[in-house]
Design a protein around this ligand. Structure first.
Ligand SMILES: *Cc1c(COP(=O)(O)O)cnc(C)c1O
Length: 353
């Protein structure tokens, strides 16, 4: 039986080039943690660990099952970025030598009861107000339990991609004030991709880099999109001026047009909110979304493409068609598009050679 399907093609050479580009921005003493949470932002965690291990000093994930998968493949540092939520989590972490973020007093209680102080990353809230200790609480815990311990002090920036946002300087200042009060053996970590790109003097001891590896960072053209989402055309029809296409007749033909229906819809992970005129690529030429994305199909204006037929591929993003374009033109973020692709899409992971 042959059946057509959409494909997600992942090219690990691109991760490697992106990492080399990013590492070039770091100070010599900064170590590179590859953030590969959520199945490496949808790129397949086991493959990526094998293909970038030599370029990374550690791996960051959120879920403990992902940390366990990585431990089977690598002896490098693995940071559980939301820490442990039970004694059982702690036992697994000790056994597998995971580094642990500790972000609130409940988590510190688990650590204290386990009397386990190896590889801790104490997370401060410096303004994002999501996770992290309040400054006073952190200082109290530090003075009582951590003053003679080696650990990493960390925080997370809320708007590192936007240098005009004053929250960055505020967060740096709070972080630096606190860290200047601590013992000299502590390491520091603030930088995600946006911070590496925009504040390369703040890379400290560890950077925690995610989206840049995958090429989803907006505002830089040297970081390439590592995934290609493509789907075959299954039908082509001609329509007349005034005809409507798709649900609710959102798209109305302003002239006689040629419309391709492509075998991919929101059930494959293309958001239903994708707007008309979003560019896609067919046979190396630009074409444009025309009509609302359906569950299993998307309609494309191919009036300007002379030669195209059923079976030709339509690319929604690729190394040549940056995922950041479709994200920005649709008020989305590339993180969301990357992690939205559903399991029924065929994954093709290229080999390094
Ligand atoms: C996801 C995450 C990162 C990586 O951020 P990018 O913007 O993808 O580089 C870094 N630190 C923490 C705590 C994270 O959750």
């Amino acid at each position: 039986m042959t059946s057509i399907n959409s494909e997600l093609i992942i090219d690990p050479k691109i991760f490697r080039n992106n990492i080399l580009f990013l590492k070039n921005k770091l100070s010599n003493s900064s170590k590179f943690m590859a953030v590969i949470k959520s199945d490496a932002y949808g790129h397949h965690i086991e493959h990526i660990v094998k293909d970038i291990e030599d370029l990374s000093d550690g791996f960051g994930v959120v879920r403990i099952d992902e940390a366990l998968k990585i431990r089977e493949l690598s002896n490098k540092k693995i940071l559980l970025m939301q820490g442990v939520y039970s004694k059982e989590d702690l036992d697994i972490s000790i056994k597998n030598k995971f580094d642990l973020v500790v972000h609130n007093p409940d988590q510190f209680q688990i650590i204290k009861e386990g009397n386990y102080y190896e590889g801790l990353w104490l997370k401060l809230n410096t303004g994002m107000n999501r996770l992290g200790f309040d400054i006073d609480t952190f200082l109290r815990i530090y003075e009582e339990y951590l003053f003679d311990k080696k650990f990493t002090l960390m925080t997370h920036l809320a708007a590192s991609n936007d240098v005009s946002n004053p929250s960055n300087e505020n967060q740096f200042k709070i972080f630096e004030d606190i860290s200047s009060k601590l013992n000299n053996s502590i390491e520091r970590s603030i930088a995600n991709t946006g911070c590496i790109m925009n504040y390369p003097n703040k890379t400290y001891d560890w950077v925690r880099c995610g989206i840049g590896i995958y090429g989803g960072y907006i505002g830089n053209h040297e970081l390439k999109t590592a995934m290609t989402l493509r789907s075959p055309i299954v039908n082509i029809r001609n329509i007349s001026k005034g005809d409507k296409v798709g649900y609710d007749g959102r798209a109305v033909a302003t002239k006689d047009m040629k419309i391709a229906s492509v075998y991919l819809g929101y059930a494959d992970g293309l958001p239903v909110t994708i707007k008309d005129d979003t560019p896609v690529m067919i046979n190396d030429q630009m074409a444009y979304v025309f009509g609302r994305v359906s569950m299993d199909l998307t309609t494309i204006d191919v009036s300007n493409i002379e030669k195209c037929s059923a079976g030709d591929w339509c690319e929604f993003f690729s190394p040549e068609l940056p995922i950041t374009n479709i994200a920005t033109s649709n008020d989305l973020i590339s993180y969301y598009l990357m992690t939205s692709v559903k399991s029924r899409v065929k994954k093709v992971y290229k080999t390094l050679d």
